[in-house]
Write a protein that binds this ligand. Sequence first.
Ligand code: DQA
Length: 153
Amino acid sequence: MSTILILNGPNLNLLGTREPTIYGATTLADVEQLCREAARPHGHEIDFRQSNHEGVLIDAIHEAGRAFKAGTLIGVAFNAGAYTHSSVALHDAIKGVDVPVIEVHISNVHARESFRHHSWLSPVAAGIIVGFGVDGYAMAVDALARRAAKAPR
Ligand code: DQA
């Protein structure tokens, strides 16, 4: 059994009450449950985190790199929220460690304001899941599990 880190950035703690027409009524606790259910059939565990602080997210990516190297973690599903569009530091953090990171967005960022069209994470992501609502988190869990099953280390 290995772990999948689900990492959530700024304002995602407000899920359920924040702009429900865009992000829906599902809370972050519901998303955590969804991820645990998605991981169970694959026999993996979920480490579920949220932070509003860029440095905490950077530290979590570094920690994920160490865990991937140790063979205890198979990857990260990362919804970096607005830091997606601004953070060179998160780009560098992902680039600086060896761990597959799937970029997740609940909304279709490409159908929204132009400042959401650019992502600093996409060039360093193993894959991108955008616009499927919170189901995108379950898709990312599946994708990481399938990836690990194909390339066991
Ligand atoms: C988001 C999209 C971002 O543009 C926004 O800043 C968020 C949430 C999404 O999940 O759709 O906070 O990452």
